[in-house]
Design a protein around this ligand. Structure first.
Ligand code: ZN
Length: 211
């Protein structure tokens, strides 16, 4: 009797993304409550660099780098598409953290991206875990596949109730609150909490000084 085996199949192996990868993507624009906000994805190359730094699909990143070098207009258009998706994603999570309903258009944008991203239909052992085997992907939708998957996983999973938006009005960073008490308000005490405290102190002193 022969044991059943997984037949070799074409495609690439993609580990499941961290479920907060989508928040990292949303936070590529930060200090959102300030004017101007800080934008890190200013060039098509910066989008590719970000994907690379977060463990994106190397073959897709290399192919797009090559293609966009030869056609900068294409790179710019795809960057605009990616930023539109990012803003929809940010808006949906921000709406959730504020207790509101996400806008239909924002959900449509996310669903459109998910529909174009490769489907997860095949599992294979990968190291000490499992990973997805997907058809050889190409294009922007493939580049954003891990982000889109993590968006779906976070929105449908138990950690959605842990998504927070930094209480610092000028910051508005999205983060997962894994604290035991689940009442973390600042994205990072060193960056935001201290700045906010200093600001309150300043306002109080001004009040005491009568001006
Ligand atoms: Zn913050």
């Amino acid at each position: 009797m022969t044991m059943p085996t997984l037949a070799a199949s074409p495609g690439v192996i993609v580990p499941a993304p961290r479920d907060d990868l989508c928040l990292d993507f949303a936070n590529t624009r930060f200090w959102r409550g300030s004017d101007p906000a800080t934008e890190t994805l200013t060039e098509p190359e910066s989008l590719l660099d970000w994907a690379e730094s977060t463990g994106g699909l190397p073959a897709v990143i290399a192919a797009l780098r090559e293609r966009w070098r030869g056609d900068p207009g294409e790179g710019r258009r795809r960057l605009d598409d990616a930023l539109r998706l990012r803003e929809a994603l940010y808006a949906v999570f921000a709406a959730r953290t504020g207790g509101g309903e996400p806008a239909v258009d924002d959900l449509l944008a996310i669903n459109g991206g998910l529909a174009r991203a490769p489907a997860r239909v095949r599992l294979e052992p990968h190291g000490d875990r499992f990973a997805w085997r997907i058809p050889v992907p190409s294009g922007l939708d493939a580049l954003l596949t891990p982000v889109l998957w993590s968006t779906g996983d976070l929105l449908t999973g138990p950690r959605l109730t842990r998504v927070r938006q930094c209480a610092n009005e000028r910051c508005r960073w999205l983060f997962l609150d894994d604290s035991k008490s689940a009442n973390r308000r600042w994205c990072s005490m060193s960056q935001c909490g201290n700045r906010a405290k200093a600001h309150r102190h300043y306002v109080r002193r001004r009040g005491q000084a009568g001006g």
